[in-house]
Design a binder for this molecule. Structure first.
Ligand SMILES: Nc1nc2c(ncn2[C@@H]2O[C@H](COP(=O)(O)OP(=O)(O)OP(=O)(O)O)[C@@H](O)[C@H]2O)c(=O)[nH]1
Length: 344
């Protein structure tokens, strides 16, 4: 008798909790045993049941329908249940479907081998309906728990990504903040070193911005910074150009694959755009509109180049631009060339 009907000492097998549909693949070569299992599963409320008499058909059904649980006989014509279980596990790639082995063999070595090849439990035939139901319930509980975990982990991953984006964005201007700037500059130095291409870093500082705040107030000052942010985003037309807010009224532009001449053209275009936009700066000693000064450094990075050294050079050039009267851009390397020429 393949399926035990005597369950007198046990309470009646209760159906599975209703809710999400639950599907089971029954792999059993003996038609009568299979029919008995299927009938019992139906009684238990299993909504979808797939049947296979041997391994290849079972694998095909498994891959096509991805059932929630597999009841798998060990002795099958052709490849045995151990092999089938192994193939199922390999085809899942990170996923998990509970597999319960069914066999008339009740020796411990079979249990060990079944679990070893990826089985989750083992039932000795004839199977009592109440035991089958208990196992189904337990597996379903595990499956539900796993699905919740997978969902939670996907949500956590998405939240982490959002958080990462948020912490690299400056709240006022919407530009990349200092943290993002540090990361991107570091990566671009590595990329430019690898590709042997010129990288430009430009530090820009608004001229007499303290005066702007003192005259127009902080709210207007903030609006002005926002407008400058928009403008910088506009001039960064290449996909890898990055405009960032480096500090209070300081901005930094990372311009990959941009040589010295290109950097100067870029700086001129930026100055021109700022002039056209004509943001009022009533008390500026330089005129009645907002201006900025910039320090530029350009290099094909070598092993000694790092973010600190590039920032230092751009900062030095910016200092010179301020000292020479503001509303201008200085290139660190061009200054060096000039110093070199004066020495000769
Ligand atoms: N409204 C506003 N002002 C800011 C913000 N961050 C920095 N500032 C102001 O920017 C001003 C910078 O002043 P300074 O460093 O003296 O520079 P400056 O007046 O622009 O003079 P130069 O750079 O030498 O031309 C200060 O008044 C800061 O308070 C901000 O987020 N909002």
């Amino acid at each position: 008798m393949p399926f035990s009907s005597s369950n007198a000492p046990y309470p009646a097998a209760e159906p599975l909790p209703s809710g999400n549909a639950f599907s089971v693949l029954v792999v059993e070569d003996q038609g009568s045993v299979r029919a008995a299992l299927v009938a019992e599963l139906r009684r238990a409320g299993v909504s979808k049941i797939f049947e296979a008499p041997e391994g290849q058909a079972a694998l095909h059904l498994f891959k096509t329908h991805r059932p929630d649980l597999v009841l798998l006989d060990i002795k099958l014509p052709g490849q045995d249940g151990y092999w089938v279980a192994q193939q199922m596990r390999e085809s899942e790639a990170g996923d998990w479907t509970p597999i319960i082995f069914l066999s008339g063999l009740d020796n411990e070595l079979d249990v060990w081998r079944g679990i070893e090849v990826g089985g989750d439990d083992y039932l000795v035939k004839p199977v009592k309906p109440i035991v089958l139901m208990a196992k189904l319930r337990a597996m379903r509980r595990l499956l539900d728990m796993r699905r919740r975990l997978v969902l939670m982990s996907a949500e956590l991953h998405a939240a982490n990504q959002r958080l990462n984006e948020m912490v690299e964005i400056d709240a006022l201007t919407g530009l990349v903040n200092r943290r993002g700037f540090d990361r991107i500059l570091h990566n671009e130095i590595l990329a430019a070193r690898r590709d042997g291409t010129p990288l430009t870093l430009m530090l820009c500082d608004l001229d007499h911005f303290k005066l702007f705040n003192d005259t127009s107030g902080h709210v207007q000052g903030d609006a002005c910074l926002k407008e400058v942010g928009r403008l910088l985003r506009e001039v960064c037309v290449r996909p890898r150009d990055v405009a960032s807010r480096y500090g209070g009224e300081e901005f930094a532009l990372i311009l990959p694959n941009t040589p010295r001449s290109g950097a100067m053209t870029f700086a001129r275009a930026l100055g021109q755009l700022l002039k056209v936009r004509a943001i009022a700066h009533a008390n500026s000693p330089l005129g009645d509109i907002l201006t900025l000064s910039g320090g530029i450094t350009t290099c094909v990075p070598d092993d000694s180049t790092n973010a600190e050294s590039m920032i230092m050079r751009a900062d030095q050039a910016l200092y010179a631009a301020k000292a020479q009267g503001r509303n201008r851009f200085f290139s660190f390397e061009m200054q060096m060339d000039t110093v070199e020429q004066l020495r000769n």
